[in-house]
Write a protein that binds this ligand. Sequence first.
Ligand code: ADP
Length: 264
Amino acid sequence: MAAITRLVKRTPYLPCAARFLSHAPPEKERNVQWVFLGCPGVGKGTYASRLCNLLGVPHIATGDLVRSELASNGPLSSQLSEIVNQGKLVSDEIIMSLLSKRLADGEAKGESGFILDGFPRTIKQAEILEGVTDIDLVVNLKIQEEALLAKCLGRRICNQCGGNFNVASISIKGENGRPGMVMAPLLPPAHCMSKLVTRSDDTEEVVKERLRIYSEKSQPVEEFYRSRGKLLAFDLPGGIPESWPKLLQALNLYDYEEKQSVAA
Ligand SMILES: Nc1ncnc2c1ncn2[C@@H]1O[C@H](COP(=O)(O)OP(=O)(O)O)[C@@H](O)[C@H]1O
């Protein structure tokens, strides 16, 4: 934990959401320091990684850090595998140490700014983060609850290129004033088809436990940031084609994306 404190205090992380949100001129060069919150399956990884490409900042997903530690067969592997496969949270100490190491590696490579995905997930983690660096904005993604389980169960990863896909086809009827929602599957290209794998924690039983733990441990983190005026709640209206332009609008980044694609 001391490592992240030292590290983040030393790191000159750069421009902030305020610049994009208010179009205020940059005071000094500083990249965004954003957090993505949301239930398992909501699409944090998808939208965080798209925004990272757009803004030129690293996408740091603590779930990926945990999975790569697991795959390394290092000293923590068997302990982590048991926790993750039960849908429980890894201890704050282990997560802080994995995150601290990831930030230090990025710093050594000259990275600046970040979008954190899957962190913080407890009030303790949020307090530590708040104590060591200034988070500009916390995006809280929401979709209709009924879609979450299906989205998790439909997730597939290509074990060769690492691409993330989803085979679920979701259609929720609108009723009692609630809008309907349609989400088409996000299918892989033909060459990935035979290499698709499912995460070991994306089984029905484990996803249900992760959703339960989210509402117990992580939902309070939403309030933590809401009370600090940092929370931007965003209801995903459907799949990527419907949601991405609206998310850019909500972040005041719509023109920014157009300028980037013209410049490319
Ligand atoms: N910030 C965190 N604190 C504790 N455990 C975490 C954290 N981030 C990831 N994990 C562990 O890694 C698992 C996978 O995380 P992630 O890929 O973010 O899944 P999800 O789809 O549930 O959002 C979690 O169920 C948990 O065991």
